[in-house]
Design a binder for this molecule. Structure first.
Ligand code: UT7
Length: 318
């Protein structure tokens, strides 16, 4: 018995912001952003919230799976930008969709969040504790960006992706996840200031700050190695698609090269979405599903990597 994805859904904010739009408000250009990253545009929230986007994505995934919210037993949201410290996004979604019997919680693993949610759900399913789960990866990264730092704010976008999984004979075939907390400082966000009168407030950072080149080096070495380890766990097979976290087209091309895999097997959404951290993988998966690209029996590698540092890779049969 394993864990199979039986439905997907996603939501992108209505507001599209192109590279040229950004060039009107900061010292950047379409040429720089496109050639360094592959990003042409991103969706950014105006009125939408993380929970709102998740609820829309969840409804679409449930409909795609032919499941009712009241039958869902577990909800896990991968996010670093829930609307509140508490309650969790997962609890808010549970209430909004009426998944009354579900246990709901968030996981904070940044760009690996959806993979960590999938592996956590799989562990519950393997243990026989739950038979199904609603998994989401969602971010409102625009609210934690430093909009005065052109080297980070042009890279990211907002959105939510969802998948319904259930216990089945086939599905997840192999996986691994990893963390390297010692390098956490290369991509970090300090968050809110401490208001405790007994603590001095000398922290400078309130927004995301990133050493792009260190993260780049981490990604191009860790991701292909992780994928190779996961493939070694399974029977040899031809991979139909590599659904990677959408951070930078150059990272994806480098991974393809190191794996000696055809770049055509690496679908892309970063051109119109930018980097949506935990949202990247499930949003791209939903786009592929809705385009009819995914056929029963297809072998798909999914890999998320980013802040923490964290990484998670899965091989699954569709
Ligand atoms: O999901 C989390 C994972 N995150 C990532 O995977 C990010 C990984 N890193 C990267 O993708 C790349 O390192 C970046 C796209 C972030 C940056 O590319 P880079 O080739 O490493 O550029 P750089 O940081 O070395 O900057 C090169 C130049 C600098 O100017 P000087 O010092 O050479 O004169 C920057 O000031 O580009 C300048 N620059 C910009 N210029 C126009 C930085 N940001 C911008 C900008 N527009 N938005």
């Amino acid at each position: 018995m394993t864990t199979r994805i039986i439905g997907t859904g996603s939501y992108l904010p209505k507001r599209v912001v192109t590279n040229d739009d950004l060039a009107k408000i900061m010292d950047t250009s379409d040429e720089w952003i496109r050639t360094r990253t592959g990003i042409r545009a991103r969706h950014l929230v105006e009125e939408e919230t993380t929970t709102f986007m998740c609820v829309e994505a969840a409804k679409r995934a449930l409909e795609n799976a032919g499941m009712q919210a009241e039958d869902i037993e577990l909800i896990i949201v991968g996010t670093i930008t829930a609307d509140h410290v508490t309650p969790s996004a997962a609890c808010e979604i549970q209430a909004a969709i009426g998944a009354d019997k579900a246990v709901a919680f968030d996981v904070n693993a940044a760009c690996s969040g959806f993979l960590f949610a999938l592996h956590t759900a799989h562990a519950y399913i393997q243990a026989g504790i739950y038979k199904n789960a609603l998994l989401l990866g969602a971010e409102t990264l625009s609210k934690i960006m430093d909009w005065d730092d052109r080297s980070t704010c042009v890279l990211f976008g907002d959105g939510a992706g969802a998948a319904v999984v259930k216990a089945d004979e086939t599905g997840l075939l192999a996986f691994e996840q990893g963390s390297d907390g010692a390098k956490g400082h290369v991509l970090a966000c300090e968050g809110r200031r401490n208001n405790n009168p007994y603590v001095s407030n000398d922290k400078a950072y309130d927004y995301v700050h990133m050493d792009g080149q260190e993260v780049y080096k981490f990604a191009v070495s860790t991701v292909p190695a992780s994928i190779m380890r996961v493939l070694e766990q399974a029977e040899p097979c031809e991979i139909d698609y590599y659904v990677l976290h959408q951070a930078n087209i150059r990272i994806i091309q480098s991974v393809a090269k190191r794996l000696k895999a055809d770049e055509a097997k690496f679908p892309i959404s970063l051109d119109h979405c930018g980097n949506i951290s935990a949202g990247s993988v499930p949003i791209l998966l939903d786009e592929m599903n809705r385009k009819g690209m995914l056929k029963r029996g297809h072998k798909i590698v999914m890999s998320g990597f980013g802040a923490g540092l964290t990484w998670g890779t899965a091989l699954l049969e569709w």
